[in-house]
Design a protein around this ligand. Structure first.
Ligand code: XIL
Length: 346
């Protein structure tokens, strides 16, 4: 393994030294470096781009070995009306992944912010809510049994103050909706990794404590959970306590759980200073988080929410340019930071 890294470094050295085109400079790829280091490299993807933009597909299949559909497996997308499932787009995406040697992360089975219209603002009895959620999870996970490598079973169930969020599922079922969701998912696909996914644990200690408390209670009750997803939606102007982040990831690892970086991006929109400076700070954050992930044994995948600034959810409302490739699919400082961190080069 060391030998591979050494060889990769040598290739990069010559590539940079000879001023090769940006295409050549993207060697060694994140995918191969990740494989050398035992880390899955992932990207959030959209159905539209996979089937309409060949350059997007090229970059995706070159650098990544797992992909997460960013909207197509959410309840809002899959459930046009009660009792009805529309798997047309997700089926195509999963077939694409299989043809292109990528594994798929299923995102997400239970998220109170992704509600189909027919469910939004409804008051449900406990029995009704349980029946809807069980049908949704069992049908969806069974359909892709053996085809989805990890499921984000529950997304964002903890509030910023660390308590459980008072969402529709909590209010109609009670806090046990979380354990139930994991149990149903496990019964439908015993081999899929089952993940609890959330944001801001890295910058909000109350939230981190709330998530830890939830994990402890799940483990004490033998709920089938395999890992925790850190979304990692960062900005260049907010301080990130790297030691605290590493300690938190290690604590989760010590509980016997995997850690996954599931949706990383780094906004630069409100950065004070030049764009070049912002891009350097952004690159440093990518480098730091990657370095921590490599140092924490439990950290098994590193996924960004998209990969090109041309298709980031954050660029819809401002110029955040949060990803490792620019809008023309050229590598940014953030890409080279990830690459060199994976090679163990400062
Ligand atoms: C976002 C998608 O990227 C958008 O296209 C969609 O409109 C809203 O959701 N946390 C999550 C993701 O867990 O599901 C969100 O994805 C981004 C924040």
């Amino acid at each position: 393994m060391q030998k591979h890294i050494w060889l990769s470094s040598l290739i990069l050295f010559f590539a940079l030294g000879m001023g090769w085109s940006s295409q050549a400079q993207v060697e060694p790829t994140l995918r191969e470096l990740g494989q050398e280091r035992g880390l899955r490299m992932g990207a959030g993807v959209s159905h539209f781009r996979l089937f309409n933009t060949p350059a997007y597909v090229d970059l995706l299949t070159t650098h990544y070995d797992i992909m997460t559909p960013t909207t197509e497996l959410k309840m809002q997308a899959l459930r046009p009306s009660p009792g009805v499932f529309d798997f047309s787009r997700s089926d195509e995406m999963i077939a694409f992944a299989q043809e292109n040697d990528l594994d798929v992360v299923g995102h997400t089975l239970v998220w109170y912010l992704s509600m189909p219209d027919w469910l939004e603002n409804r008051v449900l009895s406990r029995e009704e809510a349980i029946a809807i959620l069980e049908e949704h999870i069992t049908t969806t996970v069974s359909r892709y049994r053996g085809e989805i490598y990890a499921w984000d079973v529950v997304n964002e169930a903890v509030s910023p103050d660390g308590t459980l969020s008072q969402n529709i599922w909590y209010e109609s079922i009670g806090p046990e909706y979380i354990a139930m969701a994991f149990e149903w998912a496990h019964a439908a696909d015993p081999d899929a990794l089952l993940i609890y996914n959330d944001y801001d644990m890295e910058i909000n200690p109350d939230k981190a404590q709330g998530v830890l408390a939830l994990l402890r209670s799940m483990l004490a009750a033998d709920v089938p959970i395999d890992g925790v997803g850190f979304q990692m939606h960062l900005t260049t102007w907010e301080e990130l306590d790297l030691e605290a982040l590493q300690a938190l990831m290690e604590e989760i690892g010590d509980m016997g759980l995997q850690v996954k970086i599931t949706e990383m991006d780094v906004r630069i929109g409100e950065h004070e200073g030049t764009r070049e400076e912002a891009l350097e700070v952004q690159a440093q954050l990518y480098r730091d988080v990657m370095t921590i992930c490599l140092a924490v044994e439990a950290c098994t995948s590193f996924t960004t929410w998209g990969f090109s600034d041309a298709h980031s959810w954050l660029n819809e409302s401002g110029l955040e340019d949060p990803l490792p490739f620019d809008e023309n699919y050229n590598p940014k400082p953030a890409f080279f930071a990830l690459q060199s961190a994976l090679m163990g080069v400062e």
